[in-house]
Ligand binder design. Structure first.
Ligand code: CP
Ligand code: NVA
Length: 298
C-alpha cells in the first residue's frame, strides 16, 4: 500500500489539517503524547541549510520516543549521481519516515513515489507546508475559535506563499498578496484558487482587515544568484511597524524566519507587540510532532 506522504496540502482535507493543528496545541499544553514511536527512525535528508526545520523535527521525534538520522545530501551518493528512486528505495527500507528538503519539488515527488514510508516536505522551491501548519496553529492559539478570514502576504510569491495559497483554499480564508510583477506565486495555484486569492496593487489594500500579516525574505535559498537585482525589485515590498495599524485590530505579524532586518522588515518589526514570530517558530516543534503522529499512526 502506498504510504501517506505530506508533500503539500493537496491530499489533505480541512478535517485532517484541523486535527493536526489542534493536536499540536494539545501536545504543547500537556507536553504529552499518546503514540509511542519507540525504535522508529526519522531520516532527515537536507540539500539546503536549516535551523528550525531540522531542530524541530529532531526534537519532535525524540519526544515521541523515536530516533533521528541527519543526512546532508552532499554526503550521500546522491551527490555523485545515484538516482533519486534508488536512494528513496534504500533509505525507506531502513527507516520509518523521511523529511526531505531540496531544490526541486518534482524531485521530492519522485522520491516519494519510490519510498515505502511517509515522506514529508521540509521545504522545496515550490512549497513549505510544515511552516503553514505552525502559522495556523499560532493563529489558533492567539485567537481561540475566532475564524481566520484574511491573510495579507507582502513580498515574494515564493514557496511559503504558495503553501498559504493552498491552505486558503482548504480552510476557506481570503488571501491578499502584494508582490512585484514577475514575482507572483505559482500560476496554477492562482488559477485554482481564484475565489480566495487576490493579487493587489497596494500594500494598504493587502493589509485591510487582515488578521495575519506576513512576509518572507527577498532572496530565497534558490534565488541567491539574482540577489543584487532582487534588492531593487523588492525595495517597496516590506513590512514596518505602522503597517499593523492598517490591518485588523486583532492582527498578528508572522515571519517564517530567518529574517533580514532592513530588507523585508523594518529593524524592530520582530519585536513589535503584535509580532508572534518566536511563538510561531516554537510551534514548528509541536505541530510537527502532531504531524509525525498523524502519519505514523494512520
Ligand atoms: N522557517 C524555516 O523553515 O526555517 P529553517 O530554514 O531554519 O528550517
Ligand atoms: N522562502 C525561504 C524560506 C526559508 C524558510 C527560502 O526558501 O529560502
Amino acid at each position: 500500500m502506498r504510504p501517506k506522504h505530506f508533500l503539500n496540502f493537496e491530499d489533505y482535507s480541512k478535517e485532517d489539517l484541523v486535527e493536526i493543528i489542534n493536536r499540536g496545541i494539545v501536545i504543547k499544553n500537556n507536553k504529552e503524547t499518546s503514540e509511542d514511536l519507540n525504535k522508529k527512525t526519522l531520516a532527515l535528508v537536507f540539500q539546503k541549510p536549516s535551523t528550525r526545520t531540522r531542530v524541530s523535527f529532531e526534537i519532535a521525534m525524540n519526544r515521541l520516543g523515536g530516533n533521528t538520522l541527519f543526512l546532508s545530501s552532499s554526503e550521500l551518493q546522491l551527490s555523485r549521481g545515484e538516482p533519486i528512486p534508488d536512494t528513496a528505495n534504500v533509505l525507506s527500507s531502513m527507516t520509518d519516515v523521511i523529511v526531505l528538503r531540496n531544490d526541486n519539488h518534482e524531485e521530492l515527488v519522485l522520491f516519494s513515489e519510490n519510498s515505502s514510508v511517509p515522506v514529508i516536505n521540509g521545504l522545496t522551491d515550490l512549497f513549505h507546508p510544515c511552516q503553514i501548519l505552525a502559522d495556523l496553529m499560532t493563529f489558533k492559539e492567539k485567537n481561540g475559535n475566532s475564524e481566520l478570514k484574511k491573510v495579507c502576504w507582502i513580498g515574494d510569491g515564493n514557496n511559503v506563499c504558495n503553501s498559504y495559497i493552498e491552505a486558503a483554499s482548504k480552510l476557506d480564508f481570503e488571501m491578499s498578496i502584494f508582490c512585484p510583477k514577475g514575482s507572483e506565486p505559482y500560476l496554477p495555484l492562482l488559477e485554482n484558487g481564484k475565489e480566495n486569492i487576490t493579487i493587489v496593487s497596494s500594500k494598504k489594500e493587502a493589509l485591510h482587515n487582515a488578521q495575519i500579516v506576513t512576509t518572507d525574505v527577498w532572496t530565497s535559498m534558490n534565488d541567491e544568484v539574482s540577489s543584487k537585482e532582487r534588492m531593487k525589485t523588492f525595495k517597496n515590498f516590506f513590512v514596518e511597524e505602522k503597517d499593523m495599524e492598517l490591518a485588523s485590530s486583532e492582527a498578528v505579524f508572522m515571519h517564517c524566519l530567518p529574517a533580514h532586518r532592513g530588507e523585508e522588515i523594518s529593524f524592530n518589526m520582530l519585536e513589535h507587540d503584535k509580532s508572534v514570530v518566536w511563538q510561531q517558530a516554537e510551534n514548528r516543534l509541536h505541530v510537527q510532532q502532531s504531524l509525525l503522529e498523524f502519519l505514523l499512526a494512520n
